[in-house]
Design a protein around this ligand. Structure first.
Ligand code: NAD
Length: 270
C-alpha cells in the first residue's frame, strides 16, 4: 500500500529530469498517486513527454501560469480526466536574468511585476482553480528558498517573490482550511536545475552551502521529493500554512563556516 495510493496529483513545473517537480513526481508516482503534468512552453515537450511516458502518465497539458484562459482549460481537462483532485504541486518560478545579477536596487518595475506574478501570484491562480476539484480535501505544495528570509547574494527580486509566496501559503491555508485543503511550502536548499542556472554565481553558492550545512552536503531532488510526499500524504494531516525546510540544516546557522574555518575554531587559541 503506497502512501498516496488512490490520490490524483496535478504537478506544474517539470521542465526536465533535473526539475524539483520531477523529483516530487517520482516520489508521488512511486507511492501510488495518479499523475497529471502541466508544462510551460512547447520547447519543453521533447523532455516532458518522455518523462511522462516513463511513469505511464497520459495527462500532459501545456499552460502558461500567467494566462487565465490556459489555466481554466487545464483545470477543466483535469476535472474531466481525474474527477477529483487530491494534490496540487506548484514548482514554478521565473525572473528576468538581469534581475538575478547585480544589485536588488536596480530591479525594474516590469522585472518586479514579472517575478512576483509568475512566482507568487501563480500559486493563488492555481489554488483557486484546484480547490473546487478537491472535493475530499487535499494538499497543495509550493517551493520556496531561504532567500525569502535572509539576504542571499544575487537572489534579489526572486527573494521578494518567495517572501510573497510564503505569506500567500499562510493566507491560502486559512482560506482553504474549512474545505480540508492544506497548503504548505518547502524551503529547499540549492539544487542545480534549469531555473537555478539563471542565478549569477549559483555554482559558488552550491560549493559554499555544501561546506556550511550541518549535514555537510547539499540536498537532492529525492530529499525534496520525499518531504513533498509526506506533505501530500495523510501522514501530515494536521500540518498547514507551514514552510518546511529541506536544506540539510542550513537555515539554523548563525555563522556559516567552511571546513577550514570550522577547524580553526576547534583549535585552542594562542
Ligand atoms: P526548473 O527550471 O526545473 O523549474 C522551474 C519551472 O517553472 C520550469 O518547469 C518552468 O518551465 C516553469 N515556469 C516558469 N515560468 C512559467 C510560466 N509562465 N508558466 C508555467 N511554468 C513556468 O527549476 P527548479 O529549481 O526545479 O524550480 C522549481 C521551484 O523550486 C521554483 O519555484 C524554484 O524557485 C524553487 N526552488 C529551487 C531551488 C534550487 O536551488 N533549484 C531552491 C529552492 C527553491
Amino acid at each position: 500500500m503506497g502512501l498516496v495510493d488512490g490520490k490524483n496529483a496535478l504537478v506544474f513545473g517539470v521542465a526536465n529530469n533535473r526539475s524539483i517537480a520531477w523529483g516530487i513526481t517520482e516520489a508521488l508516482h512511486r507511492e501510488g498517486a495518479r499523475i497529471g503534468l502541466s508544462y510551460a512552453i512547447p520547447q519543453l515537450e521533447k523532455r516532458v513527454f518522455p518523462l511522462a511516458e516513463s511513469i505511464g502518465c497520459t495527462f500532459v497539458e501545456r499552460a502558461d501560469v500567467n494566462n487565465d484562459e490556459e489555466l481554466d482549460a487545464v483545470f477543466a481537462k483535469a476535472g474531466e480526466a481525474f474527477g477529483r483532485l487530491d494534490i496540487l504541486v506548484h514548482a514554478v518560478a521565473y525572473a528576468e536574468r538581469e534581475d538575478l545579477a547585480g544589485n536588488y536596487i536596480n530591479t525594474s518595475r516590469q522585472g518586479f511585476i514579472t517575478a512576483l506574478e509568475t512566482s507568487a501570484y501563480s500559486l493563488v491562480a492555481l489554488a483557486k482553480r484546484a480547490a473546487p476539484l478537491m472535493t475530499s480535501g487535499g494538499s497543495i505544495i509550493t517551493l520556496s528558498y531561504f532567500g525569502a528570509e535572509k539576504v542571499m547574494p544575487r537572489y534579489n527580486v526572486m527573494a521578494v517573490a518567495k517572501a510573497a509566496l510564503e505569506c500567500s501559503v499562510r493566507y491560502l491555508a486559512s482560506d482553504l482550511g474549512p474545505q480540508k485543503i492544506r497548503v504548505n511550502a518547502i524551503s529547499a536548499g540549492a539544487i542545480k536545475t534549469l531555473a537555478a542556472s539563471g542565478i549569477a554565481g549559483f555554482r559558488l553558492m552550491l560549493k559554499y552551502s555544501e561546506e556550511a550545512t550541518p549535514l555537510g552536503r547539499n540536498v537532492t531532488q529525492e530529499d525534496v521529493g520525499n518531504t513533498a510526499l509526506w506533505l501530500c500524504s495523510d501522514l501530515s494531516s494536521a500540518v498547514t500554512g507551514e514552510t518546511i525546510y529541506v536544506d540539510a540544516g542550513y537555515n539554523i546557522l548563525g555563522l556559516h563556516l567552511t571546513n577550514e574555518q570550522r577547524q580553526a575554531f576547534l583549535e585552542p587559541e594562542e
